[in-house]
Design a binder for this molecule. Structure first.
Ligand code: THU
Length: 299
């Protein structure tokens, strides 16, 4: 279960197939896909959904039992359209076939992670009443899927480009972090938000100390939070500050980020007047020192 402020987001995930290496992290991906999809429907505040990952036999049996269809499909959605006594919208159940997801990932030339995220988004839309029987409905559903996948950012995992919409959301998060800046000495606030390869966002602010040298910059706070949660590939970073000049990352932060951030990752700066500048990371640290220089190929 995850909660956003005071809202209830109950996402029950049941993986009923042997969990191969390629399914590691899929529970997190499914949760992100559900929450991102629902974020496009602000009227849905509290919700519950159940998602199962099953094998071919199980999905075929379910198709037979509930759809009178003796075949293996990639997904099945069972909408509920009910609200429980707490006022939580019960969206229903989703069943994803692991074998079909694997086949389709190969067929479309993308990762299983991307395929499972897409199938989840597609099924959540079914739970909300979307359909693709008529052409007009199919177009509507596809448009909504694209918007959600764009926000989820899983679709760009192969390249380094991140959509404008995703960067805007990252900037908004970096700005929100200014409120948490602990900067009684400099009175200069910095907020940062990092987008990881999994489409997750980690935020941070500057945290000062009476022993000034112990101060931690906003960028490193965010980076440390991401890496300590297992996210070691950064796709983009946004940095907001309370000053009227952009807060380009300091030298230590550039070196620290260099360990995890893609060379082409956008670094977006926002000043106190909401002016925005974007720079590519490698321009901020040309010839940056990394494990490669020691013959250690981590990235
Ligand atoms: N600061 C950051 O948070 N990030 C940077 O890259 C530059 C500096 C913070 C640290 C300190 O709290 C304040 O700004 C003044 O140096």
């Amino acid at each position: 279960m995850s909660s956003d402020k005071d809202n209830i987001h109950e996402i029950d995930i049941d993986i009923r197939v042997p969990e191969g290496d390629d399914l590691k992290g899929s529970a997190k991906d499914i949760e992100a896909a559900v929450n991102t999809a629902i974020s496009f429907f602000p009227e849905i505040k509290d919700y519950q959904a159940s998602i199962s990952i099953v094998g071919e036999e199980e999905i075929q049996a379910l198709n037979r039992q509930y759809r009178d269809n003796d075949s293996v499909t990639d997904v099945l959605s069972f909408p509920l359209f009910e609200t429980d006594p707490r006022g939580v919208d019960l969206l229903g159940d989703i069943v994803i076939c692991a074998d079909r997801a694997r086949e389709q990932a190969v067929q479309y030339g993308h990762s299983l992670k991307r395929e499972i995220s897409y199938l989840t988004v597609h099924s959540v839309l079914h739970l909300l009443g979307y359909d693709h029987m008529e052409e007009e409905d199919r177009i509507k559903m596809r448009e909504m899927e694209d918007k959600i996948m764009d926000k989820l950012a899983v679709f760009r995992e192969q390249g380094s480009e991140v959509s404008r919409e995703v960067l805007d959301a990252l900037c908004a998060k970096a700005k929100e972090m200014l409120a948490f800046s602990y900067s009684p000495y400099s009175k200069y606030k910095v907020g940062a938000a990092i987008l990881t390869a999994d489409g997750e966002v980690f935020t941070g602010c500057n945290i000062e100390n009476a022993s000034y040298g112990a101060t931690i910059c906003a960028e490193r706070t965010a980076a440390v939070k991401a890496v300590s949660e297992g996210q070691t590939v950064f796709k983009a970073i946004a940095i907001a500050c309370s000053g009227s000049e952009f807060a380009y990352p300091c030298g230590i932060c550039r070196q620290f980020l260099n360990e995890f951030i893609e060379k082409k990752a956008p670094v977006v700066l926002i000043d106190c007047n909401d002016n925005v500048a974007t720079e590519v990371f490698e321009n901020l640290l040309p010839h940056g020192f990394s494990g490669k220089d020691m013959g250690i190929g981590i990235l």
